[in-house]
Write a protein that binds this ligand. Structure first.
Ligand code: IVH
Length: 795
């Protein structure tokens, strides 16, 4: 960690009291940078590199130095900022009342000192009673909800405390957040609280991602933060987010005179409150509550990292006020991180269904926070290298987010002699095939595909899993045994089992645990599925990367039958875009709308001479030329992106002509526009259905008599919020193409019209909406932004 920054590592070891002025100055500079770096990782990328305890230690060191040398406090000191500046991509929101942070207490003395400080500040005697509210500190991320006349009008993240991100559309999809408050309410009310995820929901969500071969989140906090910061509210809607209210921002009139009273008002409006919470009189009562919550911690459905103590009286809160970034009237008493040290006995590599190689730490058994841990995730090879984790090391194990145990680091001083840096295998430990990494991926994957036993077993396991074929009597263990003994090597073999037994080619009866009745039951379960399997279950069972249950259902709904799905795939593959087109579409700063406008322009033969005209003006830079050409929708940002990518006029022209010739055809566009599909999943589908051996497997099912049932034709989604409504899209849409917008609206039972009339229910106005918006306004038609539309259909 330190080598990233210019802190001389030896400074950190000097007690604060012994630092010289120069040393203190140098270290404050380095700490400011280092803490800002971790803030960015934590708040913007949801990818912390160090544990909360390590982070707190840095902040404490910074504050201790500042306390000794107040004159050295820097303008950019971490003690003066909260969190990190907003991430790019969301509209910024200025908080009417700043969103502050809390000071931390780590030891019991700190709690006593907190109470004593308050008494001193208020000029009260040492034994004066002061009432506090103690409530759990939720490990999530804070949010400010603004209600005007009882309606939710805006939701913003904390950001840097002064400015946050507008996440209204996403927050509207969270069930715990009331959209409308029951009267009475003040005209303006800002409710602050925490967005979080329950541990079980988090685990289930991660399991679903792992099944799809997609990356999982490290802990519920990262999952909550990542889910809230989605560009697409539909994704947020699909994530199990919860919300607790615990404080206020701007309010147009007082709503209570105590903190406890605020909680009661919030409850009355339908907010959930964080519990267990208590009213406590003085430090000892606070500590008793702290210990009690500490004991209940692992039994709570969500992760907490401490207890927040708040002065109950709002009048006293007012008098106490703030010091730099935190209130004097509140403090967060943190729990010690649940960590322990043990030896790393070895590293095993697991191979998943999609061939991903996952390293697992094999540990000497150790108890962490009351749970015996013998294995921990090591995430991926970069993680092992970054922490230089070696077999034989004494490692620090942490139950982060109280779920998946993690290795936070090694105790280097305790490293045995002759250890070596861990070398991640470049071959699959199961089948021996080469294991490779795509340039933009953290995982290494086995290339063995069908010949890899591990992948084959995982695929079979997936095939019979609950949301796929769900064959009773064919659980994980049976699959494993049947595979090892060669009874079942591919999913089709399941459907030929009975026949092979009848022919005497194999025997199941007589194997350990198999009796006449159980064999009979197994065959009957298999035959039941053979007689009819839903198309979406069939598609999901194939185990194609990125095709989870939801996407499989969408595909089934769209194509209805297996035959038309297969034809659709064949056509889509023929209509796939070429490299040149994909390259252009992948350019940052362009987007599909501008890219299409650009190619439309290049497809017009009259325009080429205009490009050639500039070929003689070599002094002009490409960016300038593109701007001068004045191509519709191709703005300054697009011109810059294009110029950076293609460099010269000639290279650009050739690339655009190539891209125009490599545009996708209608079947591909149709596929990409199916809800939940998109470019990435479409490419995986194409990859799968292009392979002869995969088509052979599908043919194999048919020959084995498996009947794939047609999906029901969508009943114009009668219960969707837009069923039966007439909608019109206008202007430039940002998050979807027109085709996708239209397809989705129709799938939800809406009628999409081309022009606005009195019959129009909604006009969805993208950027640069023109006359249609004016007409809609005149006719009193409801106008929605793209985000509001997304939220409407998500709800
Ligand atoms: S009160 C003026 N109460 O912890 C301070 N914050 O480390 C208002 N947090 O930004 C915050 N649980 O995101 C408060 N019960 C609770 C909390 C809580 C979690 C978060 C919040 C805050 C951060 C400070």
């Amino acid at each position: 960690m330190t080598d990233l920054f210019d802190t001389p590592a030896n400074l950190r070891a000097i007690p604060v009291e012994e630092l010289t002025v120069e040393q203190a100055q140098a270290e404050l500079a380095a700490l400011s940078k280092e803490i800002a770096h971790h803030d960015r990782l934590y708040h913007q990328m949801d990818k912390p590199e160090i544990s909360d305890a390590d982070y707190d230690a840095l902040v404490r060191r910074n504050n201790a130095i500042e306390a000794r040398y107040p004159e050295l406090r820097r303008a950019d000191s971490p003690s003066l900022r909260v969190g990190a500046a907003p991430a790019a991509g969301f509209r910024k929101v200025r908080h009417a009342v700043p969103m502050l942070s809390l000071g931390n207490a780590f030891a019991e003395e700190d709690a006593h000192e907190f109470v004593a400080r308050i008494r001193r500040f208020l000029g009260l005697p040492d034994d004066a009673p002061i009432e506090f509210v103690a409530e759990p500190k939720i490990d999530g991320l804070s949010l400010s909800l603004r209600y005007e006349d009882g309606r939710l009008v805006q939701a913003a993240t904390r950001g840097d405390g002064t400015e946050g991100e507008d996440v209204t559309a996403n927050v509207r999809t969270i069930r715990d957040v009331p959209q409308q408050l029951p009267a009475p309410y003040p005209a303006v009310l800002e409710v602050r609280g925490e967005v979080y995820m329950n541990r079980d929901d988090f685990l289930a969500m991660n399991r679903a991602y792992a099944e799809k071969g997609e990356p999982v989140f490290a802990n519920p906090r990262n999952a909550a933060a990542g889910s809230l910061r989605q560009k697409d509210a539909k994704i947020t809607a699909s994530r199990p987010l919860c919300f607790f209210g615990y404080a206020l921002g701007e309010v147009s009139e007082p709503i209570a005179d105590t903190q406890w009273g605020i909680r009661e008002r919030l409850r009355g409006w339908g907010f959930h409150l964080n519990r267990p919470s208590n009213l406590c009189d003085g430090a000892e009562a606070l500590l008793t509550h702290y210990r009690k919550i500490g004991e209940q911690r692992s039994a709570l459905p969500f992760d907490i990292d401490g207890v927040v103590y708040k002065v109950n009286s709002l009048e006293l809160q007012q008098r106490l006020g703030f010091v730099s970034r935190a209130p004097r009237w509140a403090i967060a008493h943190k729990f010690p991180a649940e960590q322990a040290q043990t030896r790393l006995k070895g590293i095993t590599i697991q191979v998943g269904r999609t061939g991903a190689l996952t390293p697992v730490a094999e540990l000497e058994d150790i108890t962490v926070g009351g749970v015996v841990v013998s294995r921990a995730t090591l995430h991926n090879e970069d993680e092992i290298a970054r922490k230089d984790i070696r077999i034989g090391d004494l490692v620090i194990v942490q139950r982060a987010g109280d779920v998946i145990p993690q290795i936070v680091g090694v105790v280097e001083s305790q490293r045995p002699a002759n250890t070596e840096p861990y070398r991640f295998p470049d071959h699959c430990p199961v089948c021996g095939s080469l294991a490779v990494r795509e340039p933009d991926e953290a995982v290494r994957r086995c290339t063995g595909g069908l010949i890899c036993g591990a992948q084959a077993k995982e695929r079979l396991r997936h095939f019979v899993s609950r949301n796929a074929f769900d064959i009773e009597g064919l659980g994980e263990k049976t699959i494993e045994e049947f595979w090892d003994d060669g009874l079942i090597r591919s999913p089709v073999d399941i459907f030929t089992l009975e026949k092979r037994v009848e022919e005497g080619a194999i025997a199941i009866l007589g194997r350990p645990g198999w009796k006449e009745k159980s064999v009979e039951n197994l065959f009957s379960a298999i035959n039941q599925r053979r007689a009819g399997i839903d198309l979406h279950r069939f598609v999901f069972a194939l185990g194609i990367r990125h095709i989870g249950e939801v996407t499989a259902k969408s595909l089934a709904r769209h194509y209805v039958s297996l035959d038309s799905l297969l034809t659709g795939m064949e056509r889509a593959i023929a209509d796939m875009p070429g490299e040149a087109w994909l390259d252009l579409h992948a350019l940052n700063g362009l987007g599909p709308v501008k890219a299409d406008a650009l190619l439309a322009w290049f497809s017009d033969p009259e325009n080429l001479p205009k490009v050639d005209f500039y070929a003689t003006q070599d002094a002009l830079r490409l960016e300038k030329i593109i701007k001068l050409l004045g191509i519709k929708k191709v703005d300054a940002r697009a011109a810059q992106a294009l110029a950076e990518r293609y460099g010269t006029l000639d290279a650009w022209k050739r690339a655009m002509i190539a891209a125009a010739g490599a545009q996708p055809g209608p079947a591909w566009n149709e596929l990409v526009a199916i809800p939940d599909v998109g470019e990435v999943a479409a490419e995986e589908l194409a990859g799968f259905f292009r392979e002869r051996h995969n088509l052979d497997i599908i043919q194999g099912f048919r020959e084995a008599g498996v009947t794939v049932l047609d999906a029901e034709r969508p009943k114009a989604a009668a219960n969707s919020p837009v069923a039966g409504k007439t909608v019109v899209f206008t202007g430039t849409l940002e998050t979807m193409s027109r085709t996708e917008a239209k397809t989705r609206a129709e799938a939800l039972g809406a009628k999409v019209a081309g022009s606005v009339s009195a019959k129009t229910d909604y006009l969805i106005a993208g950027a640069d909406a023109g006359s249609k918006a004016t007409k809609a306004r005149d006719l009193g038609v409801t106008i929605l932004t793209e985000q509001e539309w997304q939220a409407l259909i998500a709800g």
